[in-house]
Design a protein around this ligand. Structure first.
Ligand SMILES: NC(=O)c1ccc[n+]([C@@H]2O[C@H](COP(=O)([O-])OP(=O)(O)OC[C@H]3O[C@@H](n4cnc5c(N)ncnc54)[C@H](OP(=O)(O)O)[C@@H]3O)[C@@H](O)[C@H]2O)c1
Length: 246
């Protein structure tokens, strides 16, 4: 908290975007204290600091707060029933943040992909360049989110209050995204080593945190405020390929 205050005094921001998080979803199961320290207590501390500074605050959160108990897209006011440590810590962060800073904006997103990220979708270009066979789960359904579209939406939502869902259109799985990206790079005749994508089961990755089968965000509320429809992930692959410099 003191460190945040010191930075606040030094920079005097008018707007704060909190992207900091403990995001090691699997490791969080083994070290819940660290996950809650960053995602719950940390979010509250950022909220307190922004309040003291009189700054606007936008905080990033995740579809994992829901726990995937529905078979239709999740709306902002659907109850949260997270099933893993990461989701629980992020949900507690949302609640603690809104307790101290009710005018904050919370943007929940899912499966961010873009150059430089470290999750599976962001690592795909590297995997296609270096592995003959790439295994990807075909069971968990989400909306992926192109990072540039997320960044643009975050800037547009910065002065709003409340919870908003932001994700690119098109329900998908890691397997279907990997297949689509491989087809796209082959079509462009870009250099890849990968010859096939193998549909894997979550059972092939046993040491993982519990993840829901279906966790799709309904983005209509954000689109109403933004005055436009968010793009489809399929339409972002070409730009993504260019950014990744195949
Ligand atoms: N990636 C996704 O698919 C996804 C999906 C849904 C929601 N989100 C949410 O989006 C936000 C950004 O995620 P991301 O994928 O960009 O995560 P990321 O790549 O893991 O980045 C998290 C950042 O938080 C910083 N951080 C961690 N603990 C900190 C602490 N105690 N103090 C200050 N900084 C700290 C990390 O710094 P170091 O690198 O120095 O550790 C890192 O820069 C998070 O709120 C996440 O929950 C992400």
């Amino acid at each position: 908290m003191e460190s945040l205050r010191a930075h606040g005094r030094a920079y005097r921001p008018t707007h704060v975007i909190n992207c900091a998080a403990y995001t090691a979803v699997d490791r969080a199961e083994e070290e819940p204290e660290q996950a809650f320290a960053v995602n719950a207590e940390g979010a509250e501390n950022v909220g307190r600091t922004a309040l003291e500074l009189g700054a606007r605050l936008l905080h990033l959160s995740t579809d994992d707060v829901f726990g995937g108990y529905l078979d239709r897209p999740f709306r902002e006011d659907d109850p949260c029933r997270p099933i893993g440590v990461y989701g629980r810590s992020k949900r507690e962060g949302e609640e603690r943040l809104l307790d101290v800073f009710p005018r904050a904006c919370i943007v929940r997103t899912s499966w961010i992909f873009g150059p430089g990220g470290k999750n599976f979708l962001s690592s795909l270009p590297f995997l296609l360049r270096t592995q003959e066979e790439v295994r990807a789960t075909a069971e968990q359904v989400r909306r992926a989110t192109y990072v540039r579209d997320l960044a643009a939406a975050v800037l547009d939502l910065l002065c709003h209050t409340g919870v908003y869902h932001v994700a690119s259109h098109g329900e998908t799985t890691r397997y279907h995204m990997a297949v689509a990206l491989l087809r796209a790079v082959e079509k462009e005749q870009l250099p890849v080593v990968c010859r096939r994508i193998v549909a894997a089961s979550v059972r092939d990755f046993p040491k993982t945190a519990p993840r829901s089968d279906y966790s799709v965000l309904d983005t209509r509320k954000a689109e109403g405020v933004l005055g436009k429809t968010l793009g489809r992930w399929q339409d972002r692959l070409k730009e993504y390929m260019t950014q990744c410099a195949f």
